[in-house]
Design a protein around this ligand. Structure first.
Ligand code: CP3
Length: 354
């Protein structure tokens, strides 16, 4: 119909939003802003609606997911919403016995370490996550012209939780498998790529207008190992959703040495943490990609002046980029003052208004 964009079923206002324009490296009215983990514990209204409801259960309640996803959009005036879920939700949906423990993170009852364990990773079907389709239907109606970002964990980061059995500092079991049994490792990542691609497709078909692949812990690897042991699986995910024409964002922490390869894997937008300035990141990533980032989330605990100074530095470093989406270099920390986030959105919008 007349108000449908060329890129699928999203409304024209969404397609023409500052966020999607920046992802496509088009001219923008202002630099768009959103925050990883913008929904969640920094917001009192989040803590209130989550009271007594375990994390994974809350991800399966479409009305609750809709409310939590909308909260930071209402409060901060960010340029995009991110679907409220967790990277382990598709694994739970195919029957992996895991839970998200408060203050710890995802914990897997029986880790995946042998060839026999691989059989537990069956394909994900849309029926396994019907609550996602339902929630995104509700959300896109409420969001109007604000785009919704779908997301998934990348094969390496998912493998790390599955192989370690929980959060890990050194990823020793994961690396033992990667170096010790490269064929089993490749097969594991390939299975996870299929599951991840299927999960992203569900979100895009339901109305997500961009997707972010979180490879949060891949910064633990050297570039050569990333290239041989991770990139093929991440590329498979990006290629599987290329046909939809929605921007594909790729993010990791401590990935300064991997930025070029993460772009090569198939991202349209490369996420950068605070360790590499954006102008330097652009040299590492090369032409034809937008960048997302990169204020250190801990800076938000400092004075308003310090936040503005640090933000100004980022905007200056981003001045020559083909496309820039302002974000933090990692997720909002739970004890962040929400007002500091609202002020930051206003500051970026005002400073970059064209
Ligand atoms: O607003 C948003 O960004 C959407 C929500 C979101 C959650 N998890 C909700 C959540 C997103 C995008 C994620 C992704 C996720 N989950 C990642 C990748 C992003 C990143 O930070 O690098 C990772 C590594 C996970 C795994 C995970 N889940 C961790 C490390 C934790 C924190 C453990 C803790 O309690 O400190 C979780 C739990 C989780 N996921 C919470 C939320 C809001 C906290 C649970 C709660 O509020 O009770």
């Amino acid at each position: 119909s007349a108000n449908q964009s060329p890129a699928g079923k999203q409304p024209t206002a969404t397609y023409e939003s500052a966020f999607l324009k920046a992802c496509r490296r088009e001219a923008v009215p202002h630099t768009p802003v959103w925050f990883m983990r913008q929904a969640g514990r920094s917001l009192p209204e989040y803590r209130k609606v989550r009271e007594g409801i375990p994390m994974l259960e809350s991800c399966m309640r479409p009305e609750l997911v809709t409310e939590i996803t909308l909260q930071p959009v209402r409060r901060h005036g960010v340029d995009a919403a991110i679907y409220f879920s967790d990277i382990v939700v598709p694994l739970k949906a195919i029957g992996i016995d895991l839970d998200i423990k408060p203050g710890i993170g995802p914990v897997v009852e029986s880790p995946i370490r042998s060839r026999a364990d691989l059989a537990r990773l069956r394909d994900l079907t849309p029926e396994d996550v019907s609550y996602v389709t339902e929630a995104i239907g509700l959300l896109t109606r409420e969001l109007g012209g604000t785009p919704l970002i779908g997301f998934a964990g990348a094969p390496f980061t998912l493998a790390s939780y599955l192989v370690e059995g929980g959060p890990s500092r050194n990823h020793e079991h994961t690396k033992a498998l990667m170096y010790g049994d490269p064929q089993l490792w490749a097969d594991l990542l390939d299975r996870l790529a299929d599951i991840t691609a299927a999960f992203l497709k569900v979100q895009i078909e339901a109305g997500a207008s961009a997707v972010q692949l979180f490879d949060s812990w891949v910064g633990a690897l050297a570039p050569a190992d990333y290239r041989s042991s991770v990139l093929p699986a991440s590329r498979k995910v990006f290629e599987a959703v290329a046909g939809y024409g929605v921007p594909r964002i790729h993010f990791g922490v401590g990935t300064g040495e991997l930025l070029g390869l993460m772009g090569e894997a198939g991202a349209d937008v490369v996420g950068v943490d605070w360790r590499v300035p954006l102008d330097e990141a652009a040299r590492r990533v090369g032409p034809g990609k937008a960048l997302q980032g990169n204020l250190d989330p801990a800076v938000l605990f400092s004075s308003r002046e310090a936040v503005e100074t640090k933000t100004r530095e980022i905007l200056d470093a981003a001045a020559g980029l083909e496309g820039h989406v302002f974000n933090l270099g990692h997720g909002v920390l739970p004890s962040t003052d929400p007002e500091a986030l609202t002020r930051l959105v206003e500051y970026v919008h005002t400073e970059t208004a064209r």
